[in-house]
Design a protein around this ligand. Structure first.
Ligand SMILES: [Zn+2]
Length: 182
């Protein structure tokens, strides 16, 4: 384990690519987030088949947790978002829900990064969609633009039964939730 000046630790472990079996480097690194426990980020990318893997884990005993954050101004785009593979991410005002699934990666990003991920899906839909589906995607694209400008307030909600996700802002509310209620 290497330790850098900021206290982050990093280790590289070789292992087989989950898709093609080629030996790739799995990078384990910790990142310290103010007012929050350290997180572990595990990432790998295969130069042969292009397989990419990222997951995050918060290094503490964790209960199911729900974070709710009002996105009301362009400054809010910079707020850090940690989402593990087991979390559901929702923006009710946009009708967006990203559920855990096999194709779903964990990530560490900010609010803008979350919006950009949704936008890239919407742009993918616009390539082929017609009729009402196309209209809906175009409206969503405009709304995401409005969120970025601070003209369209939304609520970002992350629910994680493993407690390994977070929205890092003192304006984010954090509450535990009971799994049965969802
Ligand atoms: Zn591979």
């Amino acid at each position: 384990m290497e330790v850098d000046a900021a206290g982050a630790r990093r280790a590289v472990v070789n292992g087989p690519c989950a898709t093609c079996g080629e030996e790739v480097e799995y990078v384990y690194q910790t990142e310290t987030i103010p007012y929050f426990s350290d997180i572990l980020i595990v990432s790998a990318s295969c130069p042969v088949c292009g397989y990419r893997y990222t997951n995050t884990q918060i290094l503490q005993e964790s209960e199911p947790v729900r974070f709710t954050f009002p996105v009301v101004s362009p400054d809010d785009l910079l707020v850090r978002v940690v989402r593990s593979m087991s979390a559901v991410l929702r923006i009710p005002e946009l009708g967006v829900e990203i559920a855990p699934g096999p194709a779903c990666e964990g990530f560490v990003t900010n609010v803008e990064g979350v919006l950009d991920r949704i936008l890239s899906v919407v742009e993918g839909v616009l390539v082929w969609a017609e009729g009402t589906e196309r209209e809906r995607a175009e409206i969503l694209k405009q709304e995401i633009g409005g969120v970025k400008e601070g003209d369209f307030p939304v609520t970002l909600i992350i629910e994680d039964p493993t407690g390994n996700s977070a929205i890092v802002s003192d304006r984010a509310s954090r509450e535990s939730f009971v799994l049965d209620e969802v």
